[in-house]
Design a binder for this molecule. Structure first.
Ligand code: ADP
Ligand code: MG
Length: 180
């Protein structure tokens, strides 16, 4: 089974994916590392740009029939059996990305993406089975437990569990609102 763990940068994908893969005895695969090793990621300044069709092809070739947890904000474009979309209060995203040294523009882009459900909407377009998990106020261990319970329950879809519209005022300071 291929489990994609996606979500806005800073949401906790890598932390949760590693823990989840250990708990399940699955391989842990980072989309970024995979892309670099397969030559489908192009370094553009400090980031890598990945062609999502190429990513889907590589994952199909390498991992079909294997048990893997695929970590990355593009992992929902891979042919996964299930996509876990992690969510976190946009303020947490802002604080974590600030600590990571993200510049104003990238920080704004990502806070906004979390605010308006960008990854969730994309995941729903790409995959039949999408499970959304709110990490806010939970430990990574608790998040992993929730994922394991959801997977075990056989739930096909669990979406619409967060609404960050109330969070807008708390993060408006980070947004660029059309300016730059
Ligand atoms: P991503 O891979 O999505 O960019 P990371 O896993 O690298 O995110 O970073 C998330 C940060 O948030 C880590 O410092 C992690 O310890 C912290 N964190 C706090 N609570 C959680 C949680 N419930 N789930 C995942 N990460 C959490
Ligand atoms: Mg990560």
């Amino acid at each position: 089974m291929i489990i994609s763990v996606s979500g806005t940068p800073g949401v906790g994908k890598t932390t949760v994916s590693k823990l989840l893969s250990e708990r399940l005895g699955y391989e842990y695969v980072s989309v970024k590392e995979l892309a670099l090793s397969k030559g489908i990621g192009e370094r553009v300044s400090d980031e890598i740009e990945i062609d999502v069709d190429e990513l889907a092809r590589v994952v199909r070739e390498e991992f079909s029939g294997r048990n893997v947890v695929l970590d990355g904000h593009l992992s929902h474009f891979a042919p996964a059996d299930v996509v876990i979309v992690l969510r976190a209060h946009p303020k947490l995203i802002a604080e974590r990305l600030k600590v990571r040294g993200y510049h104003k523009k990238k920080l704004a882009e990502n806070v906004e993406a979390e605010l308006v459900d960008v990854i969730l909407v994309e995941a729903l377009e790409e995959n039949e089975r999408v499970l959304e998990v709110d990490t806010t106020g939970k430990t990574p261990e608790e998040v992993v437990e929730e994922i394991l319970t959801l997977l075990k329950s056989g739930a096909k879809k669990r979406v619409g569990i967060v609404d960050w519209s109330e969070a807008y005022d708390e993060v408006v300071q980070y947004l660029m609102l059309g300016g730059d």
